[in-house]
Write a protein that binds this ligand. Structure first.
Ligand code: ATP
Length: 145
């Protein structure tokens, strides 16, 4: 029996489906969630969510959020998330450059601006790293080597 997985970001439903396992970047470490898992609420750090069936694996970047686990459903409320196949590399490179340039001139006392730029830089780096890692050449599966 599979487990339902729903990944929702602030602006859209990113994924919904029935899968065999969901791997989450929990704040306390990577966790694999199987059907019939005990109820649990966890915060998520920046990283990858993997949803697997017997024949397929899909990988998503997630820039923090929370996951609610119930025995038959995993609900991820992400600050931002996208399938690695959806990542627009040019956009992420532009975002990284913009954040790097702005960080180099932000005033030290402007903590909010600094933290926002640092988060933007981390999001763009996460997307670029994931695209590089999971979208190379003739790879037919996302499984890590
Ligand atoms: P940008 O400055 O390029 O908008 P951002 O990090 O500020 O990047 P977010 O606020 O995290 O963007 O996300 C807004 C929406 O755009 C989300 O739906 C997110 O999945 C999507 N998104 C952001 N960057 C990319 C990208 N490089 N490729 C595909 N989708 C992206």
């Amino acid at each position: 029996m599979p487990i339902r997985c729903e990944i929702v970001s602030q602006d859209r439903m990113v994924y919904e489906g029935d899968v065999d396992i969901v791997v989450l970047p929990g704040t306390d470490g990577e966790m694999g969630v199987l059907p019939h898992h005990a109820p649990l609420l966890t915060t998520l750090k920046f990283g990858l969510i993997k949803v697997r069936t017997k024949s397929d694996e899909q990988v998503f970047t997630v820039a923090g959020g929370v996951a609610e686990i119930q025995p038959n459903i995993v609900t991820v409320l992400a600050d931002s998330a996208e399938n690695v196949l959806e990542i627009d590399i040019a956009r992420a490179e532009t975002a990284r450059k913009r954040a790097e340039e702005a960080l180099s001139s932000v005033k030290p006392e402007d903590v909010d601006a600094y933290l926002a730029l640092e988060a933007a830089l981390r999001r763009s780096n996460l997307r670029l790293d994931a695209a590089k890692r999971f979208r190379t050449g003739k790879r037919t599966t996302y499984m890590e080597e």
